[in-house]
Write a protein that binds this ligand. Structure first.
Ligand SMILES: Cc1cc2nc3c(=O)[nH]c(=O)nc-3n(C[C@H](O)[C@H](O)[C@H](O)COP(=O)(O)O)c2cc1C
Length: 181
């Protein structure tokens, strides 16, 4: 495979760490293919001084209550002019992506609506990535809320496992590989 995209910025937001793990796998895949990738957890890491050095900028977030984390949205808003000149790709990591009946809705709400909200942002690709429900990481209120939502969608009497992981690692690696071509 010939890699056309050499230098990649991957910036993201995550609340419970699922997206961080997804990003680590994306970075490993990209590096394995010969690209140089800078990953930036927008809540903590510093951004590079210029975005124009990159061949590709990937922006993503985990979803909670229908919302991206605030930092990637702020990043898009503050850098719209530079981003409108660059190749950009967007992804979200979310529970809906694990339910085939909810994928169209998630694509519209979490990805297409973001592109529409920020004129000039024209992603070359978007990815809807299945997330994780890990009840050991939630406080009591979140655990109770999320369990009740999931229970309502499950056949009655079935136990909710302590962790549900919808991530499709092959799909994640394939997406990155396609983006780099
Ligand atoms: C309180 C809570 C609310 C959530 N709301 C949604 C939602 O509205 N839509 C969705 O698709 N997934 C939802 N999820 C699932 C998350 O998107 C999933 O857990 C994802 O892996 C979170 O990524 P992060 O760990 O990087 O923040 C929710 C999860 C929690 C804990």
């Amino acid at each position: 495979m010939i890699i056309m995209t050499r230098k990649v910025l991957l910036c993201y937001g995550s609340r419970y760490g699922t997206t961080t793990e997804v990003v680590q796998e994306m970075a490993k895949t990209a590096e394995g293919l010969g690209a140089k990738i800078d990953t930036v957890f927008l809540k903590k890491d510093r951004l590079p001084t210029s975005l124009l050095d990159y061949d590709l900028i990937i922006i993503g977030s985990g979803i909670q209550a229908g919302q991206w984390t605030k930092e990637p949205l702020k990043f898009i808003k503050n850098n719209l002019e530079s981003l409108s000149k660059q190749k950009v790709a967007l992804f979200v990591v979310c529970g809906y992506a694990g339910n085939p009946e909810k994928c169209d809705e998630a694509q519209l709400l979490y990805l297409d609506n973001i592109s529409e909200k920020y004129p000039g942002l024209s992603p070359i690709s978007t990815a809807l990535i299945g997330g994780v429900f890990d009840f050991s990481k939630y406080n009591f209120a979140v655990r109770t809320l999320v369990k009740s939502i999931i229970k309502a969608q499950m056949p009655s009497g079935e136990e909710i496992p302590e962790k549900v992981d919808f991530r499709d690692w092959d799909k994640i690696r394939d997406w990155i590989q396609q983006l780099l071509q």
